[in-house]
Design a protein around this ligand. Structure first.
Ligand code: SAM
Length: 307
């Protein structure tokens, strides 16, 4: 896979705001078996096209020579792709390869994914209450038990730490934070809770929580608070369990510390989740041409929210 041309490109992907891209978030399909009430679809609903394994591999191989050491796969639901293991096996060595999944298809596949090169997973789990879960995911059947099996399988396969992504929704699941934290405690540090502030994509502002008050409450209960470089996220240690709060909304610190470049399912480099007029099509592009396109995309990154 390595071509001399790519090997010679030593430049990093730094934008004009001094932010260097070190991580890719790659959507590999827009297909999903859920229709969550708030879903942002990774900022892309336009296309049903999907990149081949080769295109994905070319993007990651080129990016890895330019300072990218982390890749997260998303969707749609990434596990809907039957060739997800082939995608994983085609990647170069990286520091961190993860996926965000709704967990419905994890049971029975977690070990294969681990063997193919997946390091860890984020599993979206907004509620432990079957009625709430069904409402949020907008699904005809209730698949909560299957998702809980998926969490077990992921831990068993060593896809750890498993992060549970819980989007906070006022009046729906905002009273479940500490139940969810109790649930993570049963896994002895192998499962971490990640609380996510709702971004209003689908006219769901009525569910917006007050993130300041959640933060205040977590701080009051925490034995320790740490700050991650990625997006300046805060991590709280409460009675031995770890909970992180992701605050993407109107947060200039979040954008100032963003080191991520996105790729849409149909193969477009996407500098920001919230911007759609600067996408760069690399679908089917050769490895040799990829560095140039990655540089162009990085140069177009502008913090969405600035002071
Ligand atoms: N189907 C996969 C899953 O459920 O993880 C991957 C796609 S989903 C779009 C990726 C993550 O984005 C999920 O954790 C989801 O909760 C989060 N997400 C989606 N829409 C969001 C929104 N409007 N605000 C905040 N987070 C959102």
């Amino acid at each position: 896979m390595n071509s001399p041309l790519v090997t010679n490109v030593s430049n990093t992907l730094t934008d004009s705001f001094g932010r260097t891209v070190t991580s890719l978030r790659i959507s590999i399909t827009n297909r999903c078996n859920y229709d969550c009430i708030y879903c942002h679809h990774e900022g892309d609903t336009s296309s049903r096209g999907e990149m081949s394994v080769e295109t994905i591999s070319n993007i990651v191989h080129a990016a890895s020579k330019m300072g990218v050491n982390k890749v997260k796969f998303s969707g749609g639901e990434p596990l809907i792709r039957k060739d997800f293991e082939d995608i994983l096996s085609s990647l170069p060595k990286l520091r961190d390869v993860s996926a965000t999944t709704n967990g419905t298809l994890l049971k029975g596949r977690a070990q294969d994914l681990k063997d193919a090169g997946l390091d860890r997973v984020n599993i979206s789990l907004d509620s432990l209450d079957p009625k709430n879960y069904k409402f949020i995911t907008n699904s005809s059947q209730n698949m909560l038990d299957g998702v809980l099996d998926g969490v077990h399988s992921a831990v068993d396969a060593g896809l750890t730490p498993v992060k549970l992504n819980m989007v906070l929704l006022k009046g729906i699941n905002d009273n479940e934070i500490y139940d969810m934290l109790d649930f993570t405690r049963t896994y002895d540090g192998q499962v971490i809770l990640q609380l996510i502030e709702l971004m209003d994509f689908n006219d769901v502002s009525q569910y917006q929580i007050d993130a300041n008050s959640v933060e205040k409450d977590l701080t009051a209960r925490a034995d320790e608070v740490r700050i991650r470089t990625m997006h300046r996220r805060k991590k709280y240690i409460i009675d031995g369990a770890e909970v992180e709060l992701v605050r993407p909304v109107d947060n200039s610190e979040f954008c100032a510390n963003c080191n991520r470049l996105r790729v849409t399912a149909d193969g477009k480099l996407k500098p920001c989740l919230l911007v759609n007029d600067n996408l760069i099509d690399v679908n089917g592009m050769s490895l040799e041409k990829m560095p140039q396109m990655l540089k162009l995309a990085a140069s177009q990154r502008v913090p969405y929210c600035r002071n």
